[in-house]
Design a binder for this molecule. Structure first.
Ligand code: HEM
Length: 955
């Protein structure tokens, strides 16, 4: 081992830590508010501030949740990392790092300073460290398992503190599970043999000592304290004080909110036709929507494709029996809920006759309580709900998650290692997914759709990805078979834990073994695309580019395997097994950033596939078994991403021409099959790759989703407003409302609706005026009340002076304050006009990702210690690392200053839809609109690359 490089690397890591860590009482440099300084004076002031920061040392991790970091730094820190601009916006509720040097586009770099590099390094490193700090606190304060382990998390067990626990009786397979005996039955349960070789159908045995974790049907977890859930039940004094009896399932009225705050306004409603477009897909159709210049429609469908892998409240396309009303009944008039008149209903365009099936409940009996340290806790949330999917990143939307979904997954009878694809006349390539047949299990509304494990809410975008990754699966199998033909005797890398010494040669690998290895490869590739390609484009700035690559490849990015292994040892064996809860939970994530999360613990010398410590040693659940929390589902309610019409282009004509406008709703469910087969993957790829997706903001929901017909509903209208339903479902699932949601996640609360307005915009700008108008609507819908300062409303945060937060939110007692506490979380997320540069989502959504996206990697052994040839084959590990067969290809030049590999989705697209290769030559990130000129440093300008100047999308 090269000790010197290890010392150097760890040194870099530790050196950077103190700069993030400033006690909140660090002295001020006294420059606040002075923006008259010359660049040179400003630079000197910053360096002085930096000296104060370094001298101040580590900021301790908060001991209690009300002392959290909140993404807010002291004045010297803000000045050191971002100069006067960062200082100026410290007083807003929004995170400070957005104003650090280098965290935006080229305008975020200093002008007139001696060097740009120094400030940029301070700014970007500072942003990364703020984010890491948030992650540590999120791991410490936001894990609430709903499956029965929470009490031990709080109390500990046998002298081990809760956050250091690694196994739980609640994660044992129950007696009625078919594999109960195989994992040890009544005795110690440890998965072995066939059960540990690959991803299992229902997700059991990912963690071999907690077989049930993350499997199909386990309860959704929570990220917020149990007694803050279901605020409309007002079960605690705090929730009573917070909401004052103002909330209900249909109050404020969800359809009224949808019509007033979610509807896309149309310059020419006739040419949109409520999202249906014009006959014959005429290109003259137009549905206005607010567009994100740096993110394309492929990115919208990508995330829907992902959510179908991760979670589902629904079961085979429906919810629980029993329809419920969904509003369009009342609105607030002078702070009083008042029934809507017929005229008002007509004007709004909502439908009082709409009904929908209720969400499935898992448990709603009153949860047991326990007391510790004088405080009473609930053992789970008052109601729980099952995740009817595996929680793992296992491509279960493609491969299945239970026996029923598995029956829809068709393998090629000619080579059962492959997925079945059928040739389509006149279409190039290896074919398309087969259509569901009468013998297959499927809900009536899916008739005519392509046969896939997760077929719900299907449209052209999902058809695109399912076909693409079925092809990718087969590409891997083809390459494996090619290598097997060349070197039949060579070691494939695969091993069987039941016969671990036997070398499995290429020629010995069975079709089932190869199918399973291909599944592992495809799911890891998907995780890599999401982590290193989708997310850095969703959050298009330098800190996030670095941060996401750090999650995958390691912060140090040395490419030195010795350093990586040594760091991995430090993390896994130093912290991973530590029973010191503080170390294990607080610093593990920091140190994991060194080697990267993916592959953590996989570089063990003499790896033994029969040794659970090797196979499972890299995972860390931080004391709380892994599943997605309800709050995670909330922040993925991203329906505004979808446009109403797809600007359809044809490869065989001019790619710069929009030849048709195809309504997404005309590709819904079974209609997607013909749309896909008649036009082909390449044309849809080109069309969705070039088109911008919808901004996640208010008044930007697709028209068609507000008016969708769901024939499965046995209701008067058979119609539903999905935008309104998003609010209802969150209310059914007891998600805290926006302001408490932020406090629970350690973000600073808002004190009025006006806090949403982006303070960085000039006061007289059109954008700011529009925001003010929307804020006025928020006030109209959610209302105001006369506040009572004797009512404490939260224990998750305190006022800056340390006093408890009360109903007046810092305003004088008896004043009229906004009902900001009542704002539905999805509404609040969309109202966040203040965002870091290049953020397609809000900072509140992002904080939910920081925690759960990391945990999804940390907890999965196939992405950590079982990311090995013994499971993936040698070709498989190389394929994931190099984005395909052969050596890694590099992009020419250095986009945004980085030499980088050809991105993984770009590789998948070129490999499986080679017709797209010429178009993709210009593309760095497959989720950036393909014809956009990326310009300089993280530019989000909407400008065509030279050969796309004639593309009407740029007019
Ligand atoms: C053609 C496009 C789409 C259609 C037709 C559609 C339709 C639907 C429908 C009918 C539901 C179920 C409502 C319920 O009964 O609870 C739903 C839920 C949901 N949708 Fe979409 N959707 C689309 C696109 C998207 C996209 C792009 C996203 C982005 C992530 C998304 C995220 C979600 C989420 C998170 C849920 C909740 C799922 C759950 O509770 O398990 N959808 N959608």
């Amino acid at each position: 081992m090269k000790i010197h490089s290890l010392v150097l690397s760890v040194g870099i890591l530790l050196f950077t830590l103190p700069s993030m860590a400033i006690p909140s009482d660090a002295p001020s440099t006294g420059n606040s508010g002075n923006n008259q300084l010359s660049p040179k004076q400003e630079e000197v002031a910053e360096l002085k501030a930096c000296a104060v920061v370094v001298g101040a040392g580590f900021l301790p991790i908060a001991n209690t949740r009300d002392q959290r970091f909140q993404g807010k730094v002291t004045e010297p820190t803000a000045r050191c990392r971002g100069g006067q601009k960062a200082v100026q916006f410290r007083m807003t509720p929004w995170v400070d790092w957005a104003h650090y040097w280098g965290a935006g586009d080229s305008s975020s770099l200093p002008v007139g300073f001696l060097s740009v590099k120094g400030p940029q390094l301070r700014g970007v490193a500072g942003a990364l460290l703020d984010l890491e700090y948030e992650r540590i606190e999120l791991i410490k304060f936001n894990l609430f398992d709903n499956a029965g382990t929470y009490q031990t998390y709080v109390e500990g067990r046998d002298g081990v503190r809760g956050p250091a626990l690694k196994t739980w009786p609640e994660m044992r397979l129950p007696k009625d599970n078919a594999y109960y005996s195989a994992v040890g039955g009544n005795g110690e349960q440890v998965c072995k043999g066939e059960l540990i070789r690959a991803r299992t159908l229902t997700g059991i045995c990912n963690d071999i000592r907690n077989p049930l974790m993350g499997s199909t049907g386990m309860p959704f977890a929570r990220n917020v304290e149990f007694d803050t859930t279901f605020p409309d039940l007002e079960q605690t004094t705090l929730t009573k004080n917070r909401h004052g009896g103002r909330l209900g399932l249909l109050t404020p009225d969800p359809q009224v909110i949808s019509r007033k705050l979610f509807t896309r306004s149309q310059s020419n409603p006739a040419s949109c036709n409520a999202g249906f477009g014009l006959p014959n897909d005429s290109p003259d159709a137009n549905c206005d929507y607010q567009k994100a210049p740096f993110f394309n429609v492929l990115a919208a469908y990508w995330i829907q494709f992902m959510t179908h892998d991760w979670f589902s409240h629904m079961d085979e396309g429906h919810n629980a029996p029993g329809d419920m009303q969904v509003g369009c009944k009342s609105e607030l008039v002078n702070n009083v809920q008042t029934p809507l008149t017929t005229e008002e209903i007509q004007k709004l365009g909502c439908r009082p006759g709409d009904q929908v099936d209720k969400t499935y409940l898992l448990k709603d009996s009153p949860p047991e309580q326990f007391t510790m340290g004088g405080r009473t806790y609930l053992t789970r949330a008052p109601k729980t709900f099952a995740n009817n999917n595996t929680a793992w990143w296992d491509a279960s939307q493609l491969y299945g998650f239970d026996e029923t979904s598995l029956k829809r997954v068709k393998r090629d009878p000619k080579d059962p290692a492959k997925m079945l694809l059928e040739p389509v006349a006149g279409m190039p390539g290896p074919g398309y997914l087969p259509v569901l047949q009468p013998g297959d299990p499927f809900a009536p509304q899916w008739k005519g759709q392509e046969a896939v494990a997760f077929p719900d809410n299907w449209s052209i975008g999902l058809s695109f990805y399912h076909n693409l990754f079925a092809r990718e699966h087969n590409s891997f199998v083809d390459e494996f078979r090619r290598q097997a033909a060349q070197h039949p005797q060579a070691d494939s890398g695969l091993r069987n834990p039941s016969d671990p010494k036997r070398v499995i040669r290429y020629q010995d690998v069975t079709a089932d073994e190869l199918f399973n290895a291909a599944r592992l490869v495809v799911s890891a590739e998907i995780a890599k695309i999401h982590t290193t390609e989708w997310t850095p484009q969703l959050l298009y700035d330098e800190p996030l580019y670095k941060g996401m690559n750090a999650n995958w490849s390691g912060l140090l990015g040395t490419g030195d395997p010795d350093v990586s292994k040594a760091l991995s040892d430090v993390v896994v064996h130093g912290f991973g097994t530590s029973e010191n809860a503080k170390k294990a939970t607080q610093w593990y994530s920091v140190f994991a950033s060194g080697p990267g999360i993916v592959g953590l613990g996989s570089k063990v010398s003499h790896y033994d596939i029969t040794n659970p410590n090797d196979v499972n040693g890299g995972v860390n659940h931080f004391g709380s078994p892994f599943n997605f929390p309800e709050e995670f589902v909330t922040v993925y309610r991203l329906h505004p991403l979808v446009p109403d019409l797809i600007e359809y282009r044809d490869m065989s004509k001019d790619p710069n021409q929009i030849v048709q406008k195809v309504a997404v709703i005309e590709t819904f469910e079974g209609k997607a099959t013909d749309a896909m087969r008649s036009r082909g993957l390449a044309n849809w790829g080109l069309s969705m790759g070039r088109q911008r997706l919808g901004l996640l903001t208010l008044n930007n929901h697709p028209q068609f989703l507000q008016n969708i017909h769901l024939p499965r509903l046995d209701t008067p209208t058979q119609q539903i407003d999905i935008a309104a339903l998003d609010l209802i479902r969150d209310r059914e699932h007891g998600v805290p409302r926006f302001n408490e949601f932020r406090r629970q996640y350690g973000l600073r609360q808002l004190t009025s609706y006006d806090d949403f307005v982006d303070q960085t915009l000039p006061a007289d700008s059109t954008a700011r005026k529009q925001q003010m108008e929307t804020i006025a609507q928020l006030r109209e819908i959610y209302g105001t009340h006369v506040c009572d300062s004797s009512k404490i409303i939260t224990d998750a945060q305190r006022n800056p002076d340390g006093t408890p937060i009360n109903d007046c939110l810092g305003h004088p007692n008896g004043s009229v304050v906004d009902n900001i506490e009542d704002v539905d979380t999805v509404v609040g997320l969309l109202a966040e006009y203040t965002r870091p540069h290049g953020y397609a989502i809000s900072e509140t959504q992002f904080v939910v990702f920081i925690l759960n996206a990391s945990r999804r990697l940390f907890s999965d052994r196939f992405l950590t210690s079982s990311f090995r040839p013994e499971f993936y084959t040698t070709l498989g590990v190389d394929w994931v690392n190099h984005n395909g067969p052969g050596p890694q290809m590099m992009e020419t030049g250095a986009p945004n200053g980085h030499q980088q590999p050809v991105s993984p989705l770009k590789c998948v697209l070129m490999r499986n839809i080679p017709e797209l290769t010429p178009e993709l030559q210009h593309v760095i990130n497959a989720f950036d609109p393909w014809a956009r000129d990326r310009g300089q440093y993280y530019s989000v300008e909407w400008k065509p690359r030279p050969d796309a100047a004639s593309d009407p999308a740029f007019k």
